[in-house]
Ligand binder design. Structure first.
Ligand SMILES: Cc1ncc(COP(=O)(O)O)c(C=O)c1O
Length: 479
């Protein structure tokens, strides 16, 4: 069994990754989807050996990754993948975008089920398509795909659907019957289903991951699966993932990917991924057990210290989706928590309009860190946001009631949404040089040939720069 002891915070802060360089040292960073566990021993060994050999060239055109992925899928999920239908890509995001480029055209409608991983909207914007929302049904502890909403969206001339399976941020592991029904809808309306299965290795006790392509012939006819070791084994910076198909129809699109895509993949990523999928099982089992304990601990901590917060135990992964609305902390509790408690979470509205008042917390950390985070939040001087209202006799001049009514936080991916508030609020307060992201100007939009709203979460324009020793893109917190 690998050693899963998480180093103390002072050691973790020496990491140079996004999670550890986005915030000042007094902030507990619980947003970016990286875990704090030490690397799996077989992965670390494989990487060390490669470095010792100075083996840092291009990824080789071999079937190593395809064999490792298909071997893992068979052992873990009893899913037979044909290694001949596995294509190596640099990461899941690039795989999704490159397949989207081939299945949709500019202005096409691509469906997502918010609250969902924010970059889904970016990827759709990147290929010039439009986001159409078919929100999840239910709520904390009872999320499900809303098949009626999906049918309405598909019937409205959708071209593709981005499935998140398991679903970030709510931790839902989709039910087989829902996936079967989704595949039937996809077949009826001719909708491509891109199934992001990056969190699948981290399904927690009590749930069973069902690969979308395994559920039916319809799913195989319309589906693409995107797999990676990057979440399960914490390899996101190494850049290797796989696009999997199980039918000649979707494979034709994959075959149109650039032959260069392999060489855009990290060679060390392939080496680490092969080690993870072939030898990383015992480490993963330990991590899953630790995450299982942490999700229980989080529930206990919230119940004790923040009883108004609602949290449904996630069925997979290391992300918790917490409903703070009853606490009166406004549309963007993450922003207020950061200021008052020095704990960084992800702002819920960035996952779509239904995320307003929620925040996402990463519990892939030591239990002590989790405990400290919730303790800090509970002890912090958080207050309901000032409400606009008439001035009462005797109010001091700066009384909160005099504040002008706040504009509700615009959902980041709604047409013409301005990017404001939320976690963008976080680092710029503390790091000089940060600039808010520009939204596309009307002139830019004319030049691009797309209407406002067709790039729902547009991130074009000036690059973001920060001065000082902390350097990171503005959207690290969206990862
Ligand atoms: C659902 C989901 N898809 C994709 C990604 C990003 O994957 P990659 O770094 O391989 O693009 C993440 C990262 O957190 C994620 O949660």
């Amino acid at each position: 069994m690998s050693d899963l002891s998480i180093p103390p915070l002072a050691e973790l802060r020496k990491r140079r990754s996004a999670k550890w360089r986005t915030f000042p040292d007094d902030v507990l960073p619980l947003p970016v989807a990286e875990m704090d566990f030490p690397l799996a021993h077989p992965v670390a060994e494989a990487l060390r050996e490669a470095v010792d050999r100075s083996d840092t060239g291009y990824a080789a055109p071999t079937g190593d990754l395809a064999d490792a992925v298909s071997g893992y899928a068979r052992r873990a999920w009893d899913w037979a993948i044909d290694p001949g239908q596995v294509r190596t890509v640099a990461d899941v995001g690039i795989g999704m975008v490159e397949i989207l480029r081939r299945v949709v055209g500019p202005g096409d409608r691509v469906v997502v089920s918010p609250p969902v991983y924010e970059p889904f909207a970016w990827w759709i914007g990147e290929v010039g398509a439009q986001v159409v929302e078919a929100p999840l049904a239910g709520g904390p502890g009872a999320w499900r795909l809303d098949l009626d909403a999906l049918e309405r969206a598909f019937a409205g001339h959708a071209t593709a659907y981005l499935l998140c399976n398991p679903h970030n941020p709510v931790g839902l592991v989709h039910r087989r019957e829902d996936l079967v029904a989704l595949a039937e809808l996809a077949d009826r309306y001719g909708v491509h289903v891109l199934s992001d299965e990056i969190h699948a290795p981290l399904v927690l006790p009590g749930a069973t991951f069902v690969p979308f392509l395994s559920v039916s012939a319809e799913a195989r006819r319309w589906g693409f699966s995107f797999l990676s070791a990057s979440k399960g084994w914490n390899l996101a910076g190494l850049k290797a993932a796989a696009v999997v198909t199980a039918d000649p129809a979707p494979k034709r699109y994959v075959d149109r990917l650039s032959p260069h895509s392999l060489y855009r993949t990290g060679h060390l990523g392939v080496i680490a991924t092969v080690a993870a999928f072939t030898e990383g099982g015992p480490w993963l089992a330990g991590v899953v057990a630790a995450l299982d304990r942490n999700r229980t601990l989080l529930g206990e901590l919230l119940a004790q210290s923040l009883p108004g917060a609602r949290y449904g135990r996630p069925e997979a992964g290391f992300l918790a989706w917490i409903d703070f609305r009853a606490l009166g902390w406004g549309d963007d509790p993450a922003a207020r928590i950061l200021t008052a408690a020095r704990v960084a979470l992800n702002s819920g509205h960035r996952y779509g309009p239904t995320g307003t008042g929620f925040a996402r917390l990463n519990f892939g950390c030591a239990p002590e860190t989790l405990t400290e985070a919730i303790t800090r939040i509970a002890a912090s001087p958080l207050r309901p946001p000032p409400r606009a209202g008439p001035r009462h006799a005797g109010d001091p001049p700066d009384h909160p009631r005099r504040a002008t009514a706040r504009t509700p936080t615009a959902p980041i991916w709604s047409p013409g949404a301005r990017r404001e508030s939320s976690t963008t609020y976080a680092p710029e307060r503390h790091i000089t040089g940060w600039q808010p992201l520009p939204t596309a100007s009307p002139a830019e939009e004319r030049a691009s040939g797309h209407r406002r709203g067709e790039f729902p979460a547009r991130r074009r324009g000036r690059s973001q720069r920060r001065t000082g020793h902390r350097v990171c893109g503005p959207d690290a917190e969206a990862l």
